[in-house]
Design a protein around this ligand. Structure first.
Ligand code: ATP
Length: 203
């Protein structure tokens, strides 16, 4: 079994997240991808999510309704204390009793330059593969950061179609009162309206 793991704040989930995972699923012939909403920002300087954990989980469920190869997990949202990707991956590896090479952690290319700041990033790379998907404005670096270079065999860049959507610009559009936002599926947008999320934020 080849399992993809896609963590994120998903504040909110957008079409870029889903399209990236559809591409990676087919490109790497994965069996399924687990979407994991993060409880806390992974790095200290990241902002707190504006939607609650429950709302972010619900939005992911709504966005993935029609996607039978994608599942959602609340494994991080239930955790007490700091929440690290490395712990999530350990839990997943134990639960699925998988051989280490079968778990693929998927991130956007904006993440790669800071990946070595993630808690126990080396453990992540030793036990899992890291898939880095190209995002507009974040080209594949000519050289990996020094701390990652020795794990280059474990890191694979995937350059499929690029998607310009970002959660930040969607939140800003929503707080400006825009409707029918390009990056959101209508059901997720309806949920956001019903719950009155992102009505005040502006960056
Ligand atoms: P923000 O705009 O607040 O930075 P985001 O759009 O990056 O949010 P996250 O939930 O933080 O959304 O992203 C989860 C994962 O999806 C991260 O690994 C991120 O790099 C990746 N990702 C998000 N949007 C894209 C995109 N348009 N193309 C490729 N990867 C993306």
């Amino acid at each position: 079994m080849k399992l993809g793991v896609f963590g994120g704040t998903f504040d909110p989930i957008h079409k870029g997240h889903v399209a990236v995972c559809q591409y990676v699923l087919s490109f790497l012939s994965l069996d399924s991808i687990l979407f994991i909403p993060a409880r806390n920002p992974r790095l200290r300087d990241e902002k707190l999510p504006q939607a609650t954990s429950k709302q972010r989980l619900e939005m992911v469920k709504i966005a993935l309704r029609e996607q039978s190869q994608f599942q959602v997990s609340d494994i991080e949202l239930d955790r007490c204390g700091p929440s690290y990707t490395v712990d999530t991956l350990k839990e997943i590896n134990n639960k699925f009793n998988s051989v280490s090479n079968d778990v693929y952690l998927i991130v956007g290319s904006d993440v790669i330059n800071r990946f070595h700041q993630w808690h126990e990033y080396e453990t992540i790379l030793i036990s899992n593969r890291l898939i880095v998907y190209g995002r507009p404005g974040y080209k594949e670096p000519q050289q990996l950061p020094n701390k990652l270079a020795k794990y280059k065999e474990r890191i694979q860049f995937v350059n499929g179609p690029e998607y310009g959507f970002s959660a930040t610009s969607i939140r800003n559009a929503l707080s400006d009162g825009e409707r029918n936002i390009d990056g959101l599926t209508p059901d997720v947008e309806d949920y956001i309206k019903k719950e009155k999320i992102y009505v005040e934020e502006k960056q």
